[in-house]
Design a protein around this ligand. Sequence first.
Ligand code: AMP
Length: 282
Amino acid sequence: MNVLRTKDEIGRYRKQLRQEDSSLGLVPTMGALHKGHLELVRRACRENDSVLVTIFVNPTQFNNSQDLLKYPKTLESDLDKLRDLDCAISVFAPEVSEMYGASPNASTYDFGNLERVMEGVYRPGHFNGVATIVEVLLRLILPDRVYFGEKDYQQLQIVRQMVQQKGIPVTIVPCPIVREADGLAMSSRNTLLTNRLRNEAGFLYKLLGEVKKNFGTKNANEIAEFVREALTAHPDFKLEYFSIADAETLQPVGIVDTTKKYRAFIAAYLGEVRLIDNLPLN
Ligand code: AMP
């Protein structure tokens, strides 16, 4: 597998693909790859001649230094998983200094109301960090398509807005959430759950299923109250936020407009591990 470490190597790789007239799909990740990531890569392989997977734990998007320290790093087994896919994949796994120089700093963006809800409230600075690294990668790599999971739905909307604001010519391809058998959304952080807590984790998806069932008959406040009570009654979960929101603007639903799409969003701690999930409601 072609593992690139520097921006110069990316420059040469990109030039070669241009000469070959090959289309390029980019899949940005922070590694610790699971089946959710691999679905993005498979899709990119179907839709492009070449695929570049970036594996980079981006320090500027961590608002909690412990979270950054604990983040799983498994480059060798990530490469093995990518080798098993039958596809022309290259990997870009740079050092932090290669991407940021001596001091990792995020740029400042204005995402308006998109960043004033949910993750934007509970993880201050997070989206500036995400947008910074995505902008740097897109300008460096200039892919035809870039793949993002709906698991991080607010991130997807933020990236869409950044790409539009900055006029970067790339097609953003959103990909559905890949789940474990019990409904838990796959996530690199799931490996940090103890066995006991892992067995409880499917509860979050069950709750979202109840929310979906009740959407349209109960109002959003009643549904939110039900979610709050269910998680308060559970000994291992601690709710951070729950929101039923417009799938485009991410603003909390008021009166339901049947011409619009809505999604339920949730973030909760299970023990020490922060889980996020979301589900389309209509
Ligand atoms: P991460 O490595 O967590 O930054 O994720 C890299 C990309 O994979 C992001 O676009 C995520 O939204 C996406 N992703 C992570 N988990 C899943 C999942 N369970 N299903 C679909 N996409 C996912």
